[in-house]
Design a protein around this ligand. Structure first.
Ligand code: UDP
Ligand code: UDP
Length: 476
């Protein structure tokens, strides 16, 4: 803890911390790191070095990184060039998971990069997918090491408990069944439904499971975990983690959310604000399943029909392929001409990157049909937009439980996790139900107030940043 005199010295000597940020692949990981960086740079007492992976998986990542670097020329940019990896040696076909593994295998290259900066780095903040490979490197350089977690505090609780769940899953003894009545009981938090847990984690041989089994026990070696969340959204999990209820071994959790969207994220063509400007307040549904989640085409068409049947106007972002570079089919081919005709005059369908922060902030938006990527949830919370949760994979089910418990939105139990075959009549009805709910609207407004407090002057975000910068002071 710095003494009073060092604190006041720092006021006259502003750039006393130098943090290196290292996100892993995917917009869901890059976006929060860049917003976090922008918040640090706004303070004027911290230098930032950004480490990115070359090449990126998606075009969206390389575009956003260059926009960020042009907006903040003071940032030092270092690139980690990956060693070649034979995909046959990895138990996953998902391009983003393959990349996570490739970065893990190239992680030792980070050491010379970190030592190469002209002014010394005083802390490393990295992606949650790199815990075990990066801790020894940070230690060998005497750098404090933090994770900027890309999901909810509830997901963090789950991850830290995962080795216990995994040993229960692996044991053939039925008495050790880790689920009781279909529920997973983790100390300190409300039970997690087995049905919210992705199938990739119910099988301990998958890459996701193996990474978690290796990394979870090492979370205790971090100096801290930063989460883009705030108490108004996740009081239970934040208190449980910080009170040592989930696990006594977890390091301090810093609530640094909600991250606001920034100017550097805007592109000229990416937001249909002209159309939105013509719509009444709170009247439009925004439907988007994030940067890397696709629905099968038949399910996509049911979504389109359902939105039309709901009677509400809508903006719908269609995604046909996981990686944007490969997503070049015409909308007419993906949706069919019939559906495109039906949509005319009722909604706007786009098959390109939109600026979601700007859309959610538009007064015309009244609700968000979302896959429950964590960034999307926090963006909706920070704009007071209610959610119709439709989680599909990964952490999305556990995040959807947060949406439901906080009152920010509804999750239709029978839709479950993943992609069943939800029919358009059902979708239309649920859209009407959630768009028409006054209770949800009021609750979303309340959450917006709490988000503004957390992110405002003297709020939890500022307190966390102050504390972190103190910990990151360059030792003279
Ligand atoms: N996003 C966006 N435009 C799009 C799709 C996604 O701006 O067309 C942003 C969204 O606002 C969020 C991020 O990309 O910040 C996606 O992260 P999230 O955690 O919601 O989901 P993921 O894509 O990782 O599944
Ligand atoms: N995750 C993790 N360790 C890993 C990979 C992922 O803890 O090695 C967490 C992380 O919070 C991530 C979530 O699991 O956001 C879901 O990962 P996935 O890649 O399915 O989704 P994404 O966040 O990229 O949309």
């Amino acid at each position: 803890i710095p003494t009073m005199s060092t604190l006041s010295d720092d006021i006259h000597n502003p750039k006393t911390a130098h943090v290196a940020l290292f996100p892993n692949a995917g917009m869901g990981h890059l976006v929060p790191f860049l917003r976090f960086a922008a918040l640090l740079l706004r303070r004027n007492d911290c230098r930032v070095t950004l480490i990115t992976i070359n090449p990126t998986v998606s075009l969206a990542e390389s575009r956003l990184t260059s926009q960020f670097l042009s907006a903040f020329p003071q940032v030092t940019h270092l690139q980690l060039h990956l060693l070649p990896m034979d995909p046959a040696t990895v138990n996953s076909s998902d391009p983003f998971w393959l990349r996570f593994e490739a970065v893990r295998r190239s992680a030792h290259l980070l050491r010379p990069l970190l030592s190469s900066t002209s002014s010394p780095v005083s802390a490393l903040v990295h992606d949650v997918t790199l815990v075990s490979p990066l801790i020894p490197i940070a230690q060998s350089l005497s750098l404090p090491c933090y994770v900027l977690f890309s999901s909810s505090a509830r997901m963090l609780s789950f991850i830290s408990y995962y080795p216990t769940l995994a040993s229960g899953l692996e044991s053939s003894n039925s008495e050790s069944n880790p689920f009781e009545d279909g529920l997973l009981r983790i100390p300190g938090i409300s039970p997690i439904y087995k049905s919210s847990i992705p199938s990739l984690l119910l099988d301990t041989n998958t890459l996701f499971a193996q990474i978690l089994m290796e990394d979870s026990p090492n979370l205790s070696r971090l100096n801290g975990i930063l989460v883009n969340s705030f108490e108004g959204l996740e009081k239970e999990s934040v208190e449980a983690v910080n009170g040592g209820k989930v696990s006594k071994a977890l390091p301090p959790l810093f609530t640094v959310g909600p991250f606001p969207p920034f100017e550097f994220e805007k592109t000229e063509w990416s937001t249909p604000t002209g159309w939105l400007d013509q719509q009444p307040d709170g009247s439009v549904v925004y439907a988007c399943f994030g940067s890397r989640t696709t629905l099968p085409r038949n399910q996509m068409r049911e979504v389109g029909e359902g939105l039309v049947k709901s009677g509400y106007r809508f903006i719908w972002v269609v995604k046909d392929m996981i990686v944007d570079k490969e997503d070049d089919n015409e909308l007419s081919e993906v949706l069919g001409l019939d559906l495109i005709e039906k949509i005319k005059g009722k909604g706007l369908v786009v098959k390109q990157w939109v600026n979601q922060g700007e859309i959610l902030g538009h007064r015309a938006i009244g609700g968000f049909m979302s896959h429950c990527g964590w960034n999307s949830i926090v963006e909706a919370a920070a704009h007071g937009v209610k959610i119709l949760a439709w989680p599909l994979h990964g952490d999305q089910g556990i995040n959807a439980e947060v949406v439901r418990a906080s009152g920010l939105g509804i999750w239709v139990e029978s839709w479950g996790l993943g992609c069943g075959e939800i029919k358009s009549d059902e979708i239309g009805e649920r859209v009407r139900e959630f768009m028409g709910s006054e209770l949800l609207r009021l609750r979303a407004e309340k959450i917006l107030d709490m988000a503004s407090q957390a992110g405002g002057v003297g709020g939890s975000q500022q307190k966390s940043f102050d504390k972190l910068i103190q910990e990151w002071h360059i030792k003279k």
